[in-house]
Write a protein that binds this ligand. Structure first.
Ligand code: KMH
Ligand code: ZN
Length: 317
């Protein structure tokens, strides 16, 4: 019996810009359809950002989140995991607003501050929209802020919404932040960690970095107190670390938020292309991609009926 693996799909994100690939979903309809197709291809968890449907710029608009969450709730039984990371320039309260509004089963929790350098894209010759150029350039002076006060606030918002955090860890030092929050009773084991490797400002997307983070986490939290997954940034990062995670018993995140290519030289046509590749890799390495119901049991989630997405009054306060 091969060991189950949870595949998460990060559908659109706030790190890539639409000019980089026509496959990046922008409108709520495209985000919903691409996520449904990703579930069909084997994803159990859908990690969600939203974008301004006109410009494609990352957005914190709760009405857009409601449209996407409602549409996805109607179209699939996937575990829906909205971001609390948002995009460059969003405040902690803007980022956290999805929690009281929709009380999702899961949401991200970013375990510390890092620089978030996206400006390298500027040198790749894309004919960028003016906002995309400004957005990428602004990352030169951007700190993705998650101070201890921010972390305390987010922990309270997650607990208040009965939302299980997926703890995003970009740098090995953030593992000590997680231990600190567990010791203070602000995060509740068993934890689910997502090692996000390859952001300019965090640990690089290399196997030894992943191993270092995993061993550090085992020492800090105890090896039976957490499940873990890997999100590698870029083509090499995504699939080399996915393979490593599959061999080590971890879970896997793929998607156009993190990587735009399905081979070294080919752009992915959709998120489903990346999920299908991750599933094929899993099966080759004797891991069995699980559906949403089994993933819920593995992660100890409350069930989609305990969310308020699509309830309509959620964000009218
Ligand atoms: N967009 C990045 C600044 C998350 O989803 O919580 C952070 C991010 C992490 O995407
Ligand atoms: Zn994200």
């Amino acid at each position: 019996m091969s060991e189950p693996v949870i595949i998460t799909c990060a559908v659109t994100g706030g790190m890539t810009v639409p000019t980089q690939s026509p496959a990046i979903p922008v409108t709520p309809e495209h985000i919903i359809q691409d996520a449904v197709d990703a579930v069909e291809a084997g994803a159990a968890v859908i990690h969600l950002h939203v974008r301004d449907p006109e410009t494609g710029a990352p957005s914190a608009d709760l009405a857009l989140f409601e449209e996407v969450l409602t549409g996805l709730t109607a179209a699939s039984d996937a575990i829906l995991q909205p971001t609390t990371g948002g995009g460059i320039g969003m405040s902690i309260t803007e980022r956290a607003a999805v929690l009281p509004a929709f009380r999702p089963e899961m949401a991200t929790f970013n375990a510390g501050s890092i620089n978030f350098g996206l400006y390298g894209v500027l040198a790749r010759g894309f004919d960028l929209q003016p906002w995309e150029r400004n957005y990428l350039e602004s990352s030169r002076d951007y700190v993705f802020r998650n101070s201890f006060a921010d972390l305390e606030y987010m922990c309270a918002q997650l607990r208040g919404a009965e939302t299980k955090p997926e703890i995003e860890v970009y740098d090995v030092g953030q593992i000590n932040n997680v231990r600190h929050l567990v010791e203070r009773g602000l995060l509740d084991p068993p934890l689910h960690l997502q090692f996000v490797l390859g952001v300019l400002g965090g640990n690089t997307a290399e196997v030894d970095q992943l191993l270092h983070m995993l061993r550090t986490t085992e020492r800090a939290l105890g090896s039976n107190s957490f499940t873990w997954s890997v999100a590698g940034i870029g083509y090499q990062g995504e699939f080399r670390l996915a393979a490593t995670s599959l061999v080590l018993g971890g879970h896997v995140r793929v998607g156009l938020e993190d990587n735009l290519r399905v081979t070294e030289t080919q752009l992915a046509g959709s998120n489903a292309d990346l999920v299908a590749k991750a599933c094929a890799l899993a099966q080759l390495l004797d891991r069995r991609p699980v559906g949403p119901a089994e993933a819920r049991a593995m992660l100890g989630l409350k069930g989609a009926d305990r969310t308020t997405a699509g309830a309509g009054e959620a964000h009218r306060g």
